[in-house]
Design a protein around this ligand. Structure first.
Ligand code: AVJ
Length: 317
């Protein structure tokens, strides 16, 4: 059991400052979804995954439970790499099925505490498995992923949808370029569905997603000394039909000026002005296939739930 830390001390703070400065001084304003996940944000996300309206997590979990055996037999990886591993029940479903093939598990996450917990739990549960954690941003970690056996890189949960198309292209080509022939990407992605299903998934009746969204303002308060009053922002979930993505936005309920000492910045808001806090793109299988193709992958298998809401697909180099 081993954990490599590929983050310089202060690197995340530096990134947060650069991101927040750029986003809060742009028109329209935006923030990167990365910052939604402090300890409280991660807890709220866990709560979201249990909401009746939020189908992606349980749909993907169902696909993994049902098809883990097929995934294992088709990819036959010696090493499982999991990007953005978090805590994750779904890892166990995969690891159980991969047991005949896989000797090493490499979880990667930006959160060092979450990763250390996962590494020690999984090492205890899977004594025959070598567990080698990597702390870092998933885009920067790619070229430092341990090799030493045929790899399958799992990028699950639909997180690929949080990247804007240009970042997504870069990420997929970057991943393709470090993988060797017959190594796999196992990708979980949300599919385009009726906005009447989609929008409530990102704007639930209990208000948990709203709390999750507003929490990013508290992150800015805690880490940059900002004085956002989260109660003066309402959560919006908007389906962008042209781009086929959901946007989470925080909307100012009244005009205000917020000071952000960590950025040496005053930010003013008009009443009704919005900050985009996340995009969550949904995909069509043909276009996702074409994108993977352009990046240098060959889609080998696609698993889809009966309602056509989510796909787990295997693409090889
Ligand atoms: C964890 C990125 C997959 O985009 O569906 C949940 C995050 N945002 N509700 C998603 C999220 C609002 C989630 N991912």
């Amino acid at each position: 059991m081993k954990v490599d830390v590929y983050l310089e001390p202060g690197e995340l703070d530096e990134k947060l400052r650069a991101d927040a400065y750029r986003g809060l001084t742009s028109t329209p304003k935006y923030l990167s979804p990365t910052w939604l996940y402090d300890a409280r944000g991660s807890e709220l996300f866990e709560e979201i995954t249990r909401l009746p309206e939020y189908y992606p997590t349980r749909t993907e979990f169902g696909l993994l439970r049902r098809f883990a055996g097929e995934i294992a037999d088709s990819a036959q990886p010696e090493v499982l790499v999991e990007l953005g591993s978090g805590s994750s029940e779904k890892t166990r479903v995969l690891l159980d099925a991969l047991e005949p093939y896989t000797h090493t598990y490499v979880p990667q996450d930006v959160s060092e505490p979450a990763l250390r917990t996962a590494v020690s739990q999984l090492s205890a549960e899977y004594p025959k498995l070598t567990v080698h954690g990597v702390v870092g941003d998933f885009t920067d970690s790619l070229d430092r992923l341990p090799s030493g056996g045929r790899r399958m890189v799992a990028f699950l949960g639909g997180t690929i949808g949080n990247l804007v198309p240009e970042e997504r292209d870069q990420f997929l080509s970057g991943l393709a370029s470090i993988l060797e022939r017959d190594e796999w990407l196992l990708l979980g992605a949300g599919l385009v569905v009726d906005p009447e299903i989609l929008v409530p998934a990102y704007d639930d009746a209990a208000g948990v997603t709203a709390e999750f969204d507003r929490n990013v303002l508290r992150v800015l308060n805690n880490r940059l000394g900002a004085d956002f009053d989260a109660d003066r922002f309402v959560h919006r979930a908007v389906w962008d039909a042209e781009n086929e993505w959901i946007e989470m936005r925080l909307e100012a309920t009244e005009p205000m000026t917020v000071s952000v000492p960590g950025l040496d910045l005053e930010v003013s808001f008009e009443k009704g002005e919005q900050i985009r806090t996340e995009i969550s793109a949904k995909f069509r299988l043909d276009r996702l296939g074409a994108e993977l193709d352009r990046a240098g992958f060959v889609v080998r298998r696609e698993w889809i739930d009966p309602d056509g809401r989510f796909t787990v697909l295997g693409a090889a180099r």
